[in-house]
Ligand binder design. Sequence first.
Ligand code: AMP
Ligand code: ZN
Length: 113
Amino acid sequence: MDDCLFCKIIKGEIPSTKVYEDELCYAFNDIAPTAPVHFLVIPKEHITSAAEITPENSAVVGHIFEVIAKLSKEMGMTEGFRVVSNCGDCAGQTVKHLHFHVLSGREFTWPAG
Ligand code: AMP
Ligand code: ZN
């Protein structure tokens, strides 16, 4: 997607602080963190949102959660963490490329606003 911010980040056209990368996904620090640890994990394939996950592209979602589990151990997120994917305007999705926020380092309330 030529005008997608996160596709541009994957291609290195927009700078980011990399946390992790492999052939299927890319993880980088959120530019406006809302917790001491706040990074985003995105598929390298452009998928617009969680509403566009299909049998053909869903494997990357399982892979991303494996990566998150691995990173949580490596980064010492032993007290817990939150994974969030906002989907659609009402949920506050501002970038239309599927992404999973990983937040840690403070306590979180539930239900989320
Ligand atoms: P959402 O609002 O759920 O779509 O999440 C989009 C996230 O992308 C927000 O938390 C933004 O702070 C973050 N973001 C926007 N632009 C950048 C960027 N250039 N680098 C890193 N994170 C970004
Ligand atoms: Zn994209």
